[in-house]
Ligand binder design. Structure first.
Ligand code: TRP
Length: 514
């Protein structure tokens, strides 16, 4: 149900490519990424125009993943039009990002893997190649240095989802840790598109991790329920989408977020009451062109204009000024977004526009996907009941689904399994344990004995069934306590437990001249 695949090619079509190569000006359909920049910067852009096409990149091209000494490269390219090199670096940075957005085709199709906000699949049994995705998206790998710094600063071990690199990629986490070290504030933002009544286990993962972040760093959290997104993309009425948002809010609340530190909102009801939010939305809308969203999300000519402007709605919670009730009008509180990697295109766009709006770019921490029960080629999906474990499943359903559908990396017969051993890389039950089992030693023991053939598939599945029944069972109990009144508390715009001194008053006439 994706609109992505077919339209994405438009941008790099032969016709446009040729216009770009032979014509004086870029093809009219191609908004020139440097258009918003002053002319001396554009000179740089013109000079390096070929770098728009990924294939041709060489030493003088500037890539996001380079994180290079841009100045060195500028030196090599030798654009005489750039006189005040340092001053321009910032603009080049922003150009670089725009190019990244245009060049890499944010919908990552690496041949084997396809990842977009609407579609995720891989042709490999072991699932998505996440290292390739990092390269493709231009984010940074989470390394030991980062997790060790986190442990040092917080004085506690990092969450097992981070330890096992289920959260594997990031942007600007260093900035967030710097803020924390200096005891400066930041906040968390995450969300969910309420497409179904029942959330599944995969949906829970980012929220479990977000809760850990909130507790560890003691920061406010905003959660966006994009009922408008689901109205636009699915066959749902507005009323139905709103209802699903509230149902999902109950599941999210049941994860145990602190009501004094958490604001949950659904777009349909919140945005119409929040001028600050709407202003940021429209600011974003003014700064992103149709060509850019086409490039980033693969929208086509027959997509409704609601979809085309939707990214501005998902972008806006990244700015603290969208929530004056919480942040007291401050626009300088940085944001950290925990999300699955498929949401990154939204935030690459957000990071691109943020400096031009006078905002801080949001930082990100990305998770992998929990695989479908039936195999790692696709992620768990709410619309396929055999591939998913729902939070509403009974203990019996959980047991049956895992025993019947969980793709096994074990031998076909007991004899074969004992002889050749099991393959943990493709075994979905084992993969689930890496998401859900906290005990590192026990997990390692299971890996060893399963790989050697000593532990049989049935026993491995039994471990998983026990854990899932416990998690889902506890969730079920907590959800029962979430009444409409409780939901209303979380969803009322209000000041949270945190204080923010007022921003300095801007006196008219003191505005800097350009
Ligand atoms: N688009 C997301 C979805 O379909 C929902 C969402 C909105 C979100 N804002 C977010 C997810 C921020 C992660 C972070 O599920």
């Amino acid at each position: 149900m994706s609109h992505v695949g077919s339209d994405v090619g438009v941008r790099g079509s032969k016709e446009q490519e040729e216009t770009r190569v032979h014509g004086e000006k870029p093809a009219p359909a191609e908004a020139w990424v440097g258009d918003h920049l002053p002319s001396h910067t554009r000179c740089f852009a013109k000079l390096t125009r070929p770098l728009l096409r990924l294939k041709e990149y060489n030493q003088t091209d500037i890539f996001l993943e380079d994180d290079i000494n841009i100045s060195e490269k500028i030196g090599k390219i030798g654009c005489s039009g750039i006189s005040e090199q340092d001053k321009d670096l910032e603009k080049v940075e922003s150009l670089k990002l725009s190019e990244e957005i245009q060049a890499s085709g944010d919908v990552a199709d690496t041949g084997e893997d396809f990842v977009s906000p609407w579609e995720v699949h891989s042709s490999s049994e072991a699932g998505i190649d996440y290292d390739k995705l990092i390269k493709r998206f231009g984010s940074s790998k989470i390394d030991d240095e980062l997790t060790e710094r986190m442990e040092k600063l917080t004085g506690k071990p990092v969450h097992h989802l981070l330890r096992r690199r289920k959260f594997f990629s990031q942007r600007d986490m260093k900035m967030i840790l710097d803020m924390y070290e200096k005891q400066k504030p930041f906040y968390l933002y995450t969300g969910r598109g309420p497409s179904s009544e029942a959330m599944h286990l995969g949906h829970l993962i980012p929220f479990i991790f977000t809760k850990w972040l909130q507790e560890t760093f003691d920061v406010p959290l905003v959660i966006q329920l994009t009922d408008d997104e689901k109205f636009l993309w699915k066959d749902l009425t507005i009323e139905e989408a709103r209802r699903l948002a509230i149902e999902n809010a109950k599941d999210i609340i049941a994860c145990g977020f602190d009501v004094e530190k958490t604001f949950i909102f659904n777009d349909f009801d919140h945005i119409s009451k929040s001028p600050a939010f709407y202003r940021n939305m429209v600011q974003v809308q003014k700064l992103v062109t149709y060509n850019q969203v086409k490039g980033i999300f693969g929208f086509g000519d027959s997509d409704c204009i609601g979809k085309i402007s939707f990214p501005s709605i998902q972008a806006s919670p990244s700015f603290s000024s969208s929530f004056p009730e919480i942040f007291n009008g401050r626009k300088d509180i940085p944001c950290l977004i925990p999300c699955a990697i498929d949401q990154d295109p939204y935030f690459r766009m957000t990071r691109d526009v943020a400096p031009r709006m006078g905002h801080i770019k949001p930082a990100l921490i990305h998770s992998t996907f929990i695989p479908s029960l039936t195999g790692a080629q696709s992620k768990m999906s709410a619309s396929d009941s055999n591939s998913s474990i729902y939070l509403t499943d009974t203990d019996k359903q959980i047991k049956t689904k895992i025993n019947k559908y969980a793709f096994s990396g074990g031998g076909a017969t007991v004899e074969e399994h004992k002889e050749k051993g099991g393959n943990c890389d493709v075994d979905v039950s084992y993969q689930y344990l890496t998401f859900l089992m906290e005990d590192d030693d026990k997990l390692e023991e299971i890996r060893k004995t399963y790989t050697s053939g000593e532990l049989l598939t049935g026993f491995l599945k039994k471990e998983l069934i026990d854990i899932v029944q416990k998690i889902v069972g506890e969730h079920r109990e907590r959800r029962k306590t979430v009444t409409d009144e409780v939901v209303a508390q979380y969803m009322t715009p209000r000041k949270l437990k945190f204080d923010y001194p007022s921003p300095p008053v801007q006196t008219p006439g003191k505005k800097k001249k350009k």
